[in-house]
Design a protein around this ligand. Structure first.
Ligand code: NAP
Ligand code: MG
Length: 496
């Protein structure tokens, strides 16, 4: 956490130096084509930097550098203790550069610098530390075998990992992939989202400073359709880890089938339900957390609880509290630590969110917000918005709007609540509010999601697996389970 005020953050922002080239084989270099794209601050619409737009040749160079580093064993072959030391140092360097990294994410995509500095950046540091600690504590197995045989099962790094990540938590989403991939000994090519590349480029530099050998971590900024696709189709990438939309996740599965059958692990969208039962004994907290679960980060959270299912006979009482809690979220300058809501990522996304809101006015009952706001010369701000009486078929209830828009539905029985909750193509997360332990366990078991939070929202930590079912993707980030994506099991059968 930083003690800076709005003037302090603004002064720091003015003095920032942006890394605007690709990072390949330990060096910052422009794209082979010379192409660049503008990194725009959505909070002001000012251009921050012109960033290298990587294409096929740059991806080839990055994959080659990664492959070379993997084959020489500069990282893949070094002692676990050494990998641990380097990732520990990186974790420290992230904290030492907390204010700069927080600003890079805030300026790039409009999030509150207060959140970046108290959540995103410390969490990224903690995740590198967690995997650093794990590196030299993972043992292989000796399999049962007939007399006269010894069978070992070892985890080996896969080789070259491609990582393609979104813009909503730029540093943290990159970290979720990089920390376990590097801990396991892989070399990585990272493509950040075009809207938020700056922290990833700085992270690559910090990784070198921490002692990561050249070529082990490469960052290739650029567009999805070019740089992302080139990585997805590359014949020498062994594994592609992705976080982003379901539509693009499906493309990566196709790229794999059309190229070298690389492993693909998509972490994709969500439409997570938050179920409020009448026996919840603290409706004030439930209302406050329900607002946080959809309005934090301007609703741009994959596991945001964008559907609220409330038991019918407490609905009016609950909505009154919820609207009160929503009022705490007021768009403002993201660099002002007293602001409670920042800007949406860009004008195109804001327009898309407003289209859902405008259409929603015709099909459901708008009870809060619904307006776009102009701040600091930018229209990329949207008030916290709540629709009541949303039908389960309404796009408000089905589509991942990825903005500060909450859809309210009501139910009478547990069975109805579960049916409504599961009536979604997605299955990332869910929340339940109840003081009845049997109901908590019973409902939790029947929800088709990756994580259920009981009497809280969006619970997660480096120690717990995160990911979904259905069209929220498969595979898990975080925890020791994430290492399954980044290692292959090698069986060695010795007859003696
Ligand atoms: P997105 O549009 O799917 O983009 C994600 C990444 O894929 C970006 O780097 C993007 O590059 C790239 N990409 C886009 N089109 C591509 C293509 N044709 N081929 C290859 N790569 C391509 O998602 P986003 O708008 O950045 O992020 C929001 C989405 O992320 C939401 O759906 C959210 O639910 C999801 N998300 C999921 C999780 C999770 O853990 N399940 C966590 C956070 C976010 P460019 O943008 O640079 O073109
Ligand atoms: Mg994008």
């Amino acid at each position: 956490m930083s003690a800076l005020n709005v003037d302090g953050w603004s002064d720091l922002a003015r003095g920032l130096m942006f890394r605007d080239n690709a990072f390949i084989d330990g060096e910052f270099i422009p794209a082979r084509s010379g192409r660049r794209f503008a990194a725009v601050n959505p909070a002001t619409n000012e251009v921050l930097a012109e960033v290298a737009a990587c294409g096929q040749e740059d991806i080839d160079a990055a994959v080659l550098a990664a492959r070379k580093s993997f084959e020489t064993g500069s990282w893949s072959g070094c002692e676990p203790e050494r990998r641990k030391d380097v990732l520990f140092r990186l974790s420290e360097l992230i904290l030492q550069n907390l204010e700069e990294l927080s600003l890079l994410d805030s300026l790039s995509m409009g999030k509150l610098v207060r959140d970046a500095s108290s959540i995103d950046v410390p969490a990224s540091s903690a995740i590198f530390r967690w995997y650093a600690e794990a590196i030299d504590k993972l043992y292989g197995e000796v399999a049962p075998a007939p007399h006269g045989n010894l069978v070992t099962v070892q985890r080996e790094p896969l080789g070259v990992v491609g990582a393609v990540v979104p813009w909503n938590f730029p540093l943290e989403m990159a970290t979720w992939k990089l920390a376990p991939a590097l801990a396991a000994g892989n070399s990585v090519v990272l493509k950040p989202a075009e809207q938020a590349t700056l922290s990833a480029l700085r992270l690559a530099e910090l990784a070198m400073e921490a002692g990561l050998p050249p070529g082990v971590l490469n960052v290739v900024p650029g567009f999805g359709a070019t740089a992302g696709q080139a990585l997805g189709r590359h014949m020498d990438v062994d594994c592609l880890v992705f976080t982003g939309s379901t539509a693009v996740g499906k493309m990566f599965l196709q790229y794999s089938g059309q190229s070298n059958m690389k492993q693909v692990w998509p972490e994709t969208g969500g439409k997570s339900p938050n179920i409020i039962f009448a026996d919840c004994d603290d409706l004030d907290t439930a209302a406050r957390m329900a607002a946080q679960a959809i309005f934090a980060n301007q609703g741009q959270v994959c596991s945001a609880n964008s559907r609220l299912l409330v038991q019918r006979h407490i609905k009016d009482r609950f909505l009154e509290k919820l609207i009160g809690s929503a009022c705490a979220y007021k768009p403002g300058n993201p660099l002002d630590p007293t602001s409670t809501m920042g800007a949406l990522v860009d004008a195109r996304h804001t327009k898309n969110v407003m289209r859902f809101i405008d259409d929603g006015r015709k099909t459901a009952k708008l009870i809060c917000g619904g307006e776009q706001v102009r701040i600091g010369g930018s229209d990329n701000y949207v008030l916290p918005t709540i629709f009541d009486s949303v039908s389960p078929e309404d796009p408000l209830a089905r589509e991942e709007i990825f903005g500060p828009v909450l859809a309210i539905m009501s139910f009478d029985t547990d069975d109805q609540a579960i049916a409504l909750a599961n009536d979604s193509p997605y299955g990332l997360a869910a929340s339940i509010w109840t003081s009845n332990l049997s109901r908590a366990h019973g409902v939790s078991r029947r929800l088709s999601v990756g994580t259920v939070s009981v009497n809280t929202v969006d619970a997660l930590s480096p120690m717990t697996p995160f990911g979904g079912v259905k069209q929220s993707g498969f595979g898990r980030d975080l925890s020791l389970h994430a290492l399954d994506k980044f290692t292959a099991l090698k069986t060695t059968w010795i007859k003696y």
